[in-house]
Design a binder for this molecule. Structure first.
Ligand code: PEP
Length: 246
């Protein structure tokens, strides 16, 4: 049966007290959903968010990590640091990390492998810029990101991997991809995964100005398994409506 996943990405927002309040408000609102609910919190909120998620059906993820276990990497957080506080998911290769922090498909691949090695489930982000879309490069670009980002993984590994297709021009802009554009791109990613890993068993989300008004239509498309939600995940009352779209 199809599994829907609704993941919130708080980005660099929320103080610990706000995180706890959000979780306490959201938990009763989503307790009956069959969808998987994930909140990806900043490092300083993670521990509080994980504690608040105990006895609920809300899963918690980080937004980034280093691939090494320890060492002279000032300011970085390792996969085992995340794992030891019971973090379950980690976003890898978000376009904001690629754009502002020089992440590449190669570092994404190292991080994905390290996450899996430590029992963390990576949410791997791919997506094209507006220029790349207009130049007709979308399919090559996103399938290339999938191929390089997931290189060296097995079909079994994919049970613990989520891919998020996030067109960069739709992130935080209020400009959503049409249902068809999002579905087509995700279909191409699915084909690529089939070609590389010989499996159809992969969860692929759409992200980019997803909100309580457009979620139902987007998630009703044939190939979209849910959403990675930025801005609309900051208010429990709005995020709840996206989680409870069905
Ligand atoms: C995101 O941060 O992954 C995202 C999709 O942001 P927004 O929903 O705000 O466009």
């Amino acid at each position: 049966m199809r599994r829907y996943v609704i993941a919130g990405n708080w980005k660099m927002n929320m103080l610990p007290n706000e995180a706890i309040e959000f979780m306490n408000t959201l938990a009763p609102m989503v307790k009956d959903t069959k969808n998987e609910v994930i909140i990806c919190a900043p490092f300083t909120d993670l521990f509080y968010t994980i504690l608040s998620a105990q006895q609920t059906n809300i899963h918690v993820g980080a937004q980034n990590m280093h691939w090494e276990e320890s060492g002279a990497y000032t300011g970085e957080v390792s996969p085992n640091m995340l794992k030891c506080i019971n973090t379950e998911y980690v976003i890898i290769g978000h376009s904001e990390r690629r754009q502002y922090f020089n992440e590449t498909d190669e570092t994404v691949n190292k991080k994905v492998k390290a996450a899996l090695k430590h029992g963390l489930k990576p949410i791997v982000c791919v997506g094209e810029t507006l220029e790349q879309r207009e130049a007709g490069q979308t399919v090559d670009l996103i399938t290339g990101q999938v191929e390089k980002g997931l290189a060296g993984l097995t079909a079994e590994d994919l049970d613990n991997v989520i891919i998020a297709y996030e067109p960069i021009w739709a992130i935080g802009t209020g400009k959503t991809a049409t249902n068809e554009e999002a579905n087509e791109a995700i279909k191409e990613i699915r084909n690529k995964v089939r070609e590389e890993f010989n499996t159809d068993d992969i969860t692929i989300l759409y992200g980019g100005s997803c909100n309580d008004k457009n979620a139902k239509e987007l998630f009703s498309m044939s190939d979209i398994d849910g959403g990675l939600v930025g801005g609309a995940s900051l208010k429990a009352e709005q995020f709840e409506k996206i989680v409870n779209f069905n």
